[in-house]
Ligand binder design. Sequence first.
Ligand SMILES: [Zn+2]
Length: 148
Amino acid sequence: MTNYLKRANELAIANIEEGGQPFGAVLVKEGVVIGEGVNEMHIAYDVSGHAEMIAIRRAQQRLQTDDLRGARMYASGEPCPMCYAAMAFVGIEDVVYSASVEEAAASGLMRSQEIYEDLKKIRTERVLIQSYQQKIGGLSPLQVWKNK
Ligand SMILES: [Zn+2]
């Protein structure tokens, strides 16, 4: 367990040396590393280039599955809300990290903390303006889905 977390930290430190942010992740299932990643946002304009997202993507491609239940994520930093949601969507229920979002914020990387705080608010008070417009005419995709 500690070795996987240590590996995630080593990946994160190597990524700093490559010009990236200090985040690495190792995804393990049944004692096997099924995906690794580092924050690649310095390489490509891709908001999903977080270490955990990349580790998940690689594991899914490797195992050809949408179901990663039973896998444990080892991350150098506490997952951001996007990565948290991705883990939830794919069934990962266990994450171990070595630095909290509060510690990241104290190091100048505060977006995760800000977004977690925003998500605690009710919809109408969040930063993202969300407009619910139910009656726009045409078919409802959800109704089509339900009738399928
Ligand atoms: Zn993330």
